[in-house]
Design a binder for this molecule. Structure first.
Ligand SMILES: Cc1cc2nc3c(=O)[nH]c(=O)nc-3n(C[C@H](O)[C@H](O)[C@H](O)COP(=O)(O)OP(=O)(O)OC[C@H]3O[C@@H](n4cnc5c(N)ncnc54)[C@H](O)[C@@H]3O)c2cc1C
Length: 475
């Protein structure tokens, strides 16, 4: 087996494994090192996304959404289901099987693309003539030679000061995806994407969920109008969100967790819950990389410092994904990974952060791309807004899923689309059309003039685009 490669990728999350595949497609001899272990100690490529992130969370969101639909919405269709039960062990086993399918898929892709996979921790040893020596510490320790190194070591959950993750009562996203029964009460610290998604899963299954959020505004990064709609929808569902809290102590005791905090009015409060999920963001992971051996520069927050093209301070060392600046999203990591491989091949790819879509997979789903109304106002940009409610969309009515709207923001003069914001059914899928339109710098009129299938949810985007010019047809 060869130990000298054109490209060695450290980390097989979405940033790393996509970088490896693209490098191999471009004709480079490529290796990928990843240390993630499955429950048997074997390799589990796919990183956070596959093992304890995007994929398992969406599996549980789907199971819990099915449960809620069967319990609350099937009756509207004349479907009776009798006594509804949830087998949490089976739901978790299905989730684990979905994760394994994805791990196996990456193993297959590595073989198909002739990428050599090394299971273990990769770390820099030293710079040598034409590249770098990389140690692999695993079942079979070895040393690789790399002309180019791509660091894609991802991120870890940020702990709350004074509340260590024990994954029994104080849970990170890892433990939150493996609770073995429906807790009666669930506390969540942080009302970001992960907090809302995990809160939705367990609320649908019957837990009483309270989310404690330090910031004064709900979903501050989301367009204010959409965030307001979301807050109303989640409150109707029984998800309790307390804003402006300051947590002073977290005390696990006797199968419960007690959270002492002051509310927005400064009054001391206590939340007692069976389980507490802490989802207050993620920190870059460079543990074990031995960055200092080669002088790889990290910034003051621990991210690997890179330029706009993901170049580090070291010649032929690149870094992508959660371990560098920018949105911590799997598809952003993938785009950077593919782009770096192409740059190594002398190509000139471009990743535009402004057209990276964002999605929150709650119900209703929330998705957006581009600028929010508050960002445009703060920048003094003149714009026109068009909105269209799903209540007026035939497909949404047929589905019985009419909460929410599409909102299109376009430049007041040129009509170029500056942002699209969706709350409603299948927002995660609908946002793709908006991302394509923005990538091609389309105008709202362009979308309004494109023939959309009827009846489809996508007609709501066309109508919102027409509404920019005050000429929506169905509302
Ligand atoms: C609960 C949850 C839900 C999420 N849902 C979504 C979603 O729906 N959509 C979305 O876009 N994003 C989502 N994310 C974020 C997404 O998971 C990350 O943005 C993405 O995984 C980042 O990819 P990455 O390749 O940079 O790093 P990671 O996926 O973290 O992969 C890094 C890999 O490197 C390995 N590694 C680290 N150091 C070393 C070393 N020294 N040697 C060898 N291997 C090493 C790790 O074991 C890991 O396998 C979610 C995250 C969480 C926690």
């Amino acid at each position: 087996m060869s130990t000298a490669f054109d490209v060695v990728v450290i980390g097989a999350g979405p940033g790393g494994y996509i970088a490896a595949i693209r490098a191999a497609q471009l004709g480079f001899s490529t290796a990928c090192i990843d240390e993630w272990k499955n429950e048997k100690g074997g390799p589990a490529p796919g990183g956070t996304c596959t093992n304890i992130g995007c994929i398992p969370s969406k599996a549980l969101l789907q199971s819990s959404e099915n449960f809620e639909a069967a319990g609350h919405h099937f009756a509207d269709h004349g479907i009776g289901v009798g006594n509804l039960t949830i087998d949490v062990a089976k739901m978790m086993a299905r989730k684990n099987a979905v994760v394994k399918q994805n791990n196996d898929g990456i193993v297959y892709l590595f073989k198909k693309n002739k990428i050599q996979f090394f299971h273990g921790r990769g770390s820099f040893l030293k710079k040598v003539g034409g590249g770098y020596e990389i140690a692999v510490a695993g079942a079979k320790p070895q040393t690789l030679m790399a002309k180019h190194v791509i660091v894609a070591t991802g991120s870890n959950a940020r702990p709350l000061s004074g509340a260590t993750f024990d994954e029994k009562s104080v849970l990170s996203n890892d433990g939150a995806l493996a609770i073995d029964h429906v807790p009666k009460t669930l506390g969540i610290v942080g009302s970001g994407v992960i907090g809302l998604e995990m809160g939705s899963v367990w609320r649908r299954l019957g837990a009483q969920v309270t989310i404690l959020e330090a910031l004064p505004d709900f979903l501050g990064a989301v367009d204010t109008q959409i965030a307001g709609e979301a807050q109303k929808a989640f409150t109707r569902q029984g998800l309790k969100v307390v804003l402006g809290v300051k947590i002073s102590a977290v005390t696990p005791a006797d199968g419960a967790v007690s959270v002492a905090y002051t509310d927005a009015a400064g009054t001391a409060q206590t939340l007692v819950c069976e389980r507490l999920i802490v989802s207050i963001g993620r920190v870059p992971n460079t543990t074990g990389l031995n960055a200092e051996a080669v002088g790889l520069v990290l910034d003051e927050r621990g991210f690997v410092s890179v330029d706009a093209d993901c170049r580090t301070n070291l010649e032929n060392v690149w870094a992508v994904g959660d371990v560098v600046r920018g949105p911590m999203l799997a598809h952003k990591a993938e785009e950077e990974g593919a782009a770096v491989a192409e740059r190594i091949a002398g190509q000139k790819p471009h990743v535009d952060f402004n057209t990276v879509p964002w999605v929150i997979y709650t119900h209703p789903e929330i998705a957006w791309v581009g600028q929010t109304e508050q960002q445009l106002k703060a920048a003094g940009r003149e714009f026109r807004a068009g909105t269209f409610p799903f209540m007026a969309n035939g497909r949404a009515r047929a589905m019985g899923d009419t909460t929410g709207m599409v909102k299109v923001l376009a430049d007041a003069k040129s009509d170029e689309i500056l942002g699209v914001h969706i709350i409603g059914p299948m927002a995660s899928e609908l946002i793709a059309e908006a991302a394509v339109a923005m990538e091609f710098r389309a105008s709202a009129e362009d979308i309004g003039r494109i023939c959309h299938a009827h009846p489809s949810l996508s007609e709501a985007l066309k109508e919102a685009a027409l509404a920019v010019d005050k000429r929506a047809l169905n509302f």
